[in-house]
Design a protein. Structure first.
Ligand code: GLN
Length: 389
């Protein structure tokens, strides 16, 4: 307190330490297996790491790269969008490199919202959404995805739109539930956006991690090209979450708006890594196929283990997370359960309850990640069996 006033401003007052930091610290403190925060325990392709080393040694990106990102990466992002999604973006005006998807989300909210604008977002939502909407002075309007299948209630979405709605903040494949929006759902959402002249920000960081169905970019649907800000990131696709290379693709006026905010957040980031990710985006299809196949196998390994340990498992169609329900253990408070889990069996997980505004909707949901080595997953599953009554 100074001058009788809290130091943290009102917009951020409800936000403490992120659950990921809290639970990773708990894992370190207790020596537990960390199936909480989503980061792989094996680095991505070696040739991509070597490309970063080469860039560092050759002095590429050691000084400020250009504000929108190095041309090589912007071109690689545009080519990747064409190759995998059939979407054409001009690398000079329609692509923006950001400090991870996290900065892209923040810059989009800061650029596109006026104070009081309403943002409709699925809950459970990735934690930075709420904070970024708040920092921009926006008002979040959650649309609750409900177990067991977490499909969006599109009638409820229609009802949630008001004259103050400015944008929809979507995430598919969806963290934490693993839900992947279908073409029908996306078409309904697109039609609603067109009807009410809404912007859409779509977080597609798990675009290559779809095990059932397919990833359909919202920007490809009729009427959406000019109102959609698509966000993705190298972190998940190439297993280098620490490099923080993300990007935005959108029509030029939207990119210009987001860039205006982004310039004053980090200006630029990750110079040498930008060169490496430009190469990564050009890896052959076999890379992307084996990433997915490998993670599907890990999903099944962990899913079977969680079921055997007594959890109710909500099968994810994408991402590298499994949402479970702990009611079968006679428990109903996910946060308390996760706090006690290291002590009980030496494993750390994430309580989905913190990703909901509706305290009842996710109270008994716990998320585990499976982007870990097989031996780690086997070990974790063995430990979790100790929970069985
Ligand atoms: N996206 C990661 C997860 O959901 C965590 C990223 C972070 O710690 N901010 O686990």
């Amino acid at each position: 307190m100074t001058q009788g006033r809290p130091l943290l401003n009102r917009r951020l007052a409800e936000f403490g330490t992120t659950i990921f930091a809290e639970m990773s610290a708990l894992a370190v403190r207790t020596g537990s297996i960390n199936l909480g925060q989503g980061f792989p325990d094996t680095d991505g392709p070696e040739e991509i790491r070597e490309a970063a080393v080469r860039a560092l040694r050759d002095g590429h990106g050691n000084q400020y790269p250009p504000g929108p990102g190095i041309p090589e990466l912007r071109t690689a992002i545009a080519d990747h969008q064409r190759r995998f999604r059939g979407l054409a973006f001009d690398p000079d005006t329609e692509v923006l490199v950001t400090a991870g998807a996290t900065e892209a989300i923040a810059a989009a909210m800061l650029a596109l919202l006026e104070p009081g604008d309403e943002v409709i977002a699925f809950e459970p939502y990735y934690d930075s959404y709420a904070a970024c909407i708040a920092m921009a002075g926006g008002v979040r309007v959650p649309l609750t995805l409900r177990a067991p299948d977490f499909r969006p209630d599109l009638d409820a979405l229609r009802d949630a739109v008001t004259p103050r709605t400015r944008l929809l903040l979507l995430n598919s494949p969806h963290n934490p539930t693993g839900m992947v929006l279908t073409r029908e759902e996306l078409s309904t959402i697109a039609a609603l956006a067109v009807e009410h002249d809404l912007l859409v920000v779509t977080d597609e960081v798990y675009e290559h991690l779809v095990f059932e169905g397919e990833h359909i970019p919202l920007a490809s649907l009729p009427g959406m090209r000019d109102r959609t800000v698509s966000i993705s990131s190298a972190g998940k696709t190439f297993s280098y979450t620490g490099w923080k290379v993300g990007w935005v693709t959108a029509a030029a006026p939207l990119v210009a708006a987001v860039r205006t905010a982004k310039q004053y957040l980090t200006y630029v980031s990750a110079g040498p890594f930008q060169y490496a990710i430009a190469e990564a985006l050009r890896l052959p299809d076999s890379y992307f196929d084996s990433l997915r196949t490998d993670l599907r196998r890990k999903r099944d390994l962990l899913g079977d283990g969680l079921r055997a340990a007594g959890f109710e498992v909500h099968q994810p169609q994408g991402t590298y997370f499994i949402t479970t329900d702990i009611t079968s253990f006679g428990e109903k408070d996910a946060y308390a359960f996760c706090r006690a889990l290291p002590e009980r069996c030496g494993v750390v997980a994430i309580p989905n309850s913190v990703f909901y505004d509706d305290p009842d909707a996710g109270r008994s949901q716990v998320r585990f990640t499976f982007c870990k080595r097989d031996d780690v997953l086997h070990d974790a599953v063995g430990r979790l069996r100790r929970l069985a009554p």
